[in-house]
Design a protein around this ligand. Sequence first.
Ligand code: SAM
Length: 295
Amino acid sequence: MRHVPVLTREVLEILQPGRGGLFIDATAGNGGHSRAILENSPADLRLIAIDRNPATLGVAAEHLEPFQNRVRLLQGDFRDLAALLPGQTPGTVEAILYDLGLSSFLLDQPDLGLSFQRDDPLDMRFDPGAGFPAYQLLAETPEPELADLFYQLGEIRESRRLAARIKSARPPVQTTGQLAAIARSVIRRRGRIDPATRVFQALRIAVNDELDALRETLPQAEKLLAPGGRLAVISYHSLEDRIVKNFLRESRELERLTRKPIQPSEAERRENPASRSAKLRGARKLPEAVFLTGK
Ligand SMILES: C[S@@+](CC[C@H](N)C(=O)[O-])C[C@H]1O[C@@H](n2cnc3c(N)ncnc32)[C@H](O)[C@@H]1O
């Protein structure tokens, strides 16, 4: 199933594709936001769409087919944003979008091991060719560090017991089903959300080193933007949102367009429950004269 893009109207309001020029979708996914940008743009808008996951780019290619002359798809990590754009001099990009985290398309891919609704190998890498699978991380990380990981990235109060159960499991945890069963037996359910949700999210963030990738990409995006260029970031986790919020607050080259993050309407949450934790922040690169004089 193709992923449903989140906060699309609000993203377009921030990025203003009507201005044309070079746009970057740093998390192309199935190309939902990319397509909305292209549909609302003049013919001179060109788009570079990047994703770590090769399979998702295959779907994006189909979805963006009507605009194929204006789109370039790149498989890569936005952590290396500047290096991914050969010959791209700083200050030439009109807009950059990040829609972080996971898509429903990736969740549905059995070989990625991201869903606790099935029993698949526990891999979790967005790019299956890079880094180490989640089951290896569980096997090689000492118990205290594993507990810290679940406490910090998942705010899991029972993190010590969880780590102990994972480390003592026989056979060792290798599948999504095994991990989900341990999570459900150790963590008390609060409300309707499955206790495995935060365990899977925390482990996925660690496996893909998502917070460091975000910290490393934002300064590159800031440099790539042209004066007046726009940045939009959708996050789904409080630690991600904090990184974005602090970066925008401290930047001397970007002006915030959103003081408080934009969240999905009741209607969007109802129609697309996966949007429920989304927070969108936007910024505009200041005209050069302003920051050259030290503002
Ligand atoms: C929420 S989805 C994006 C959905 C997309 N906006 C759409 O409308 O289809 C997030 C995407 O970001 C990708 N991703 C996550 N971390 C990445 C990184 N460091 N570099 C590039 N892509 C990344 C994931 O593979 C996933 O496809």
